[in-house]
Ligand binder design. Structure first.
Ligand code: PEP
Ligand code: MN
Length: 338
């Protein structure tokens, strides 16, 4: 159930509606909109009777919500969410490009990459300091030292940082440095981590799980929103299929559909989505054509020496070319590059 308040509803009237929701043993979730405030009700097992609310002062309407993911659904909030990150925006029309190495490896590597991607028009720097690796013997990241290097690169370039948080134990540390907390594909259904980043209130980028349906992905986003954090960006990064030529199968077909289901912005990651550097540029172009709000790509000064994901890393020259191409595709669709 969604309670639409009148555009001139007072704070007292809103509080009274929230109180009524709590009296029924349910949870009110205030959802600010461009025109008016809506209050989403969660915690109900079955339908809620609108008559509990329609007579309360300041209430315009009480409408049922059919989707199981309520707070992130477009039914509850028709206008698209724009996530504000350190003075920059993700969503809301312009194309955002997030670029950087898979892992932070050294000061020289991350600074050179940050400067290069900035010069060519990226609006965010990515880089992993805590890496979720399939093998426990692989490079696990520079951890806090990596976060400090990312902060240095932010200082040098002004680019906000997107970096992965692997668990609740390291969340306070990672959150001190990150502008956007990335939840990796392997952690999409780590519900305690989702709740913790929800409570923290920092922007979150939620990757789609390796074998997750769109519904499961949106339910994971709902965990974050249910804790009051609506600053969530979805990231399609490919799913596991029978194909072995690519590392994952980039599921671009869901981009226009997800846009209809949720108000949250959608980013596409063709690096993990293909695993092959030559395929990254073409699939980034396809993602823009499919209507995403942003693209995330991995870039490395010397991919052959990368400590993780070298085969999918763009060289500096390749990244410059990708940016030129994305400007053309976005421009043809009337979308500016942020
Ligand atoms: C990454 O972005 O480097 C990463 C580990 O991504 P994913 O969680 O999509 O595998
Ligand atoms: Mn990677």
């Amino acid at each position: 159930m969604l309670i639409m308040m009148q555009s001139d509803a007072s704070r007292e009237q809103i509080d009274r509606v929230c109180e009524r929701i709590r009296e029924l043993g349910l949870t009110p979730n205030e959802i600010p909109g461009a025109m008016r405030l809506a209050i989403g009700i969660t915690g109900n097992k079955g339908p809620v009777d609108p008559a509990h609310f329609t007579r309360l002062a300041g209430v315009q309407d009480a409408v049922p919500v059919s989707r199981p993911y309520k707070l992130v659904s477009r039914e509850v909030k028709p206008e698209s969410t724009v996530v504000e990150i350190a003075g920059r925006r993700l969503g809301g029309g312009a194309l955002a490009v997030i670029a950087g190495p898979c892992s932070v490896e050294s000061k020289e590597q991350v600074l050179a990459t940050a400067r290069h991607v900035r010069e060519h028009g990226a609006s965010f720097l990515r880089g992993g300091a805590f890496k979720p690796r399939t093998s426990p013997y692989d490079f696990q990241g520079l951890r806090e030292e990596g976060l400090m290097l990312l902060a240095e690169a932010r200082e040098a370039t002004g680019l906000p940082i997107v970096t992965e948080v692997k668990d609740t134990e390291t969340l306070p540390l990672v959150a001190r440095y990150a502008d956007v907390l990335q939840i990796g594909a392997r952690n999409m259904q780590n519900y305690s981590l989702l709740e913790a980043v929800g409570a923290l209130g920092k922007p979150v980028m939620l990757k789609r799980g390796l074998a997750s349906t769109v519904k499961e992905w949106l339910m994971a986003a709902e965990y974050v929103a249910a804790r009051g954090n609506y600053q969530v960006i979805l990231c399609e990064r490919g799913i596991r299929t029978f194909e072995t030529l690519t590392r994952n199968t980039l599921d671009l077909g869901v981009v226009p559909l997800v846009r209809g289901l949720t108000h949250l912005p959608i980013v596409v990651d063709p690096s993990h989505g293909t695993g092959v550097a030559q395929a990254v540029g073409p699939m980034a172009r396809a993602a823009v054509a499919a209507g995403c709000d942003g693209v995330m790509v991995e870039v490395h000064p010397r991919p052959e020496n990368a400590l993780s994901d070298g085969p999918q890393a763009l060289t500096f020259d390749m990244f410059a070319q990708v940016m030129d191409d994305l400007r053309k595709v976005a421009g043809a669709l009337g979308q500016p590059v942020a």
